[in-house]
Design a protein around this ligand. Structure first.
Ligand code: AMP
Length: 224
């Protein structure tokens, strides 16, 4: 039987996590659990969690671990037992990673790969500063404002171009700082478990995707 993929996709803001998640979802039977997008959906619905998240989006800080752990635990418990998953944006701290380990151990569904997308700060700032979301056509997806072909396509199909509130310049710097301080230590955490695969996010999305697929095929062979 083909083992389902249980993937964590890490990377600094702007590294292309959501773009890569979307491409991988089209290729593999994985449920994408993107915590940032889940929170933005809650903001749109004006739920209590959404109202809480809004304050954190304004400053670029991370939400409390217990809130995020509860959110992801609930979603993972709902997944069918044969269903693969890809976590985009979770875990972001060591306590979140430890809680995830405990949960997956209990569910007997260990991680099969952790992909860390690497990008330097200058390129991250350039990408985030020009990032817009195409909304109104199913799941919102990112595009760069200079990519006029994608912008035109979004508008022609009836979508709207929006800026994420946390893509404002002063918030971008804060988000990168939080990544460095709180999320970067996870690289060593997962390296120690032998699960880490570091991939450069500098190339075109298709190039980065090809590299991720190569890693996933390799890990699938090892676990088969
Ligand atoms: P993202 O779309 O992944 O860049 O996430 C957007 C924002 O949501 C982050 O800057 C955080 O404020 C919040 N967020 C998303 N995932 C997490 C997480 N695992 N832990 C804490 N905060 C999170």
């Amino acid at each position: 039987m083909v083992q389902p993929h249980h993937i964590v996709l890490m990377g600094a803001p702007g590294a292309g996590k959501s773009t890569q998640s979307r491409l991988l979802k089209a290729r593999y039977p994985v449920e994408v659990l993107a915590t940032g997008q889940m929170l933005r959906d809650e903001v749109a619905k004006r739920t209590a969690l959404g109202l809480l998240a809004e304050g954190y989006f304004e400053t670029g800080a991370l939400l409390p671990d217990d809130v995020m752990i509860a959110l992801v635990t609930e979603r993972l418990l709902r997944l069918g037992s044969a269903q693969g998953f890809l976590l985009d944006g979770f875990p972001r701290t060591i306590p979140q990673a430890e809680a995830l380990d405990r949960l997956l151990q209990r569910l007997k569904r260990p991680l099969t790969a952790v992909i860390a997308l690497g990008l330097d700060d200058a390129e991250a700032v350039r990408r985030l500063g020009g990032r817009r979301m195409c909304e109104g056509l199913g799941d919102p997806f990112p595009l760069h404002i200079d990519d006029t072909v994608s912008v035109d396509a979004c508008l022609r199909l009836g979508g709207r171009i929006a800026t994420r509130p946390d893509d404002e310049p002063q918030v971008i710097v804060e988000r990168l700082r939080h990544y460095e301080a709180e999320t970067q230590p996870l690289i060593d955490y997962y390296r120690r478990y032998g699960l880490l695969h570091s991939i450069s996010a500098k190339g075109e999305p298709a190039q980065v995707q090809a590299e991720i697929i190569r890693v996933l095929e390799q890990t699938a062979q090892q676990t088969a």
